[in-house]
Design a protein around this ligand. Structure first.
Ligand code: NDP
Length: 320
């Protein structure tokens, strides 16, 4: 039997993760996190794991020798970090290496939502410019907007830094104000929505953020208001958003994330005042490669030095 640690990969993962891990570790690749039909004696030898997506408590329970889970992505809501912490398992994520890409996407989605470039390009491609004349003026513009950031962490700050040259006013809501920025702070989300006419959400999926952008927040954003979500779909009450877009309670929305991916409600697709992306904010080859490397580097660092590079706050190392 090999003396290399056994690393579990439940479900699909970026091929670079698998390739680089296979240089250093024995791999146990299984179909998904249910681990149905996987022999207990194989699972019992697993010491590390790399995952893109779900890693539930029921799987952690079946891995008595598990030491570290390398989760692919900045958000790690698919991993039961509470169960991991209780079992003494370190969880790592891939922060920072995707900040620029996700912030760039947020700006692109914002401009696309305001100025309807997708519809304009389709108009050209369909030959309508020649046949019917100029594309209709976009009702909305970024000019003179007040933008509220729901979340001002690693990615939120990059979005804010990109927005400053657009000559817009910035404000934000987080649970605790930052001491290193002078944007207006609002201690409630509804207060922020009242004060701005664009709301950009870039918060993690947590019980607190679940459904936080609800009918009340959308009404506060108002009929000229625009919602951009590049965080998690669970943050938005999707039926309330659809109703608000249909009724003109808000003007438009740009969404990269949805409540039940990859299923997107037909009612959203049918709306003219939305820009919809299939969760691609970090999805470039260089950025996904960097994320893959950080997954692997965390696991290698753990087994080489006993230290993870980027543990999540719920499983700190050293333990605080
Ligand atoms: P950070 O942890 O650096 O920042 C999170 C921010 O959210 C902080 O400002 C935090 O402030 C705030 N926040 C957390 N909970 C709440 C709450 N209940 N109410 C208000 N604000 C809150 O994370 P990142 O910036 O790296 O990433 C943010 C999220 O973006 C990820 O968790 C992920 O879900 C999503 N994401 C989406 C991507 C995509 O492909 N669309 C790609 C990458 C990330 P405070 O703690 O003071 O409340």
């Amino acid at each position: 039997m090999s003396d290399r640690p056994l690393v579990l990969i439940p479900g699909r993962i970026h091929p670079r993760v698998r390739d680089r891990l296979s240089d250093r570790f024995d791999l146990l690749e299984i179909a998904d996190a249910t681990a149905a039909d996987v022999d207990a004696d194989r699972l019992e030898r697993v010491r590390g794991a790399a995952v893109s997506g779900r890693f539930p408590a029921s799987l952690i329970e079946r891995l008595p020798k598990l030491e570290v889970i390398g989760s692919f992505g900045a958000g790690y809501d698919g991993v039961d970090v509470k169960a991991a912490a209780a079992a003494g398992v370190i969880v790592t994520n891939t922060p920072d290496v995707l900040n620029d890409e996700v912030a760039d996407t947020a700006i692109a989605l914002l401009l696309n939502t305001m100025r309807q470039f997708y519809f304009a390009e389709r108009y050209l491609r369909d030959g309508r410019w020649e046949d019917e004349g100029a594309f209709p003026l976009s009702p909305l513009s970024l000019k003179g907007r007040k933008i509220g950031l729901h979340g001002l962490g690693r990615i939120g700050m990059e979005i804010a830094n990109r927005l400053l040259p657009f000559k817009v006013e910035l404000a934000y809501h987080t649970r605790r104000p930052r001491t290193d920025v002078d944007f207006a702070y609002h201690d409630t989300l509804v207060g922020l929505a009242e004060a701005v006419d664009v709301l950009i959400s870039i918060v993690p999926s947590t019980p607190e953020t679940n459904g936080a952008i609800n009918a009340e927040v959308l009404a506060a954003l108002g009929p000229n208001g625009v919602l951009i979500n590049v965080g998690r779909g669970s943050t938005v009450d999707e039926p309330a958003l659809i109703a608000a877009l249909q009724a003109g309670t808000i003007a438009a929305a740009g969404l990269d994330v949805f409540a039940d991916e990859p299923r997107v409600p037909q009612a959203l697709i049918d709306l003219p005042n939305v820009s919809l992306l299939p969760h691609v904010a970090s999805a470039s080859v260089p950025t996904r490669d960097a994320m893959a490397d950080l997954v692997v580097d965390n696991i290698v660092s753990w087994f080489d030095t006993g230290r993870p590079l980027t543990p999540v706050p719920e499983t700190p190392h050293p333990k605080s």
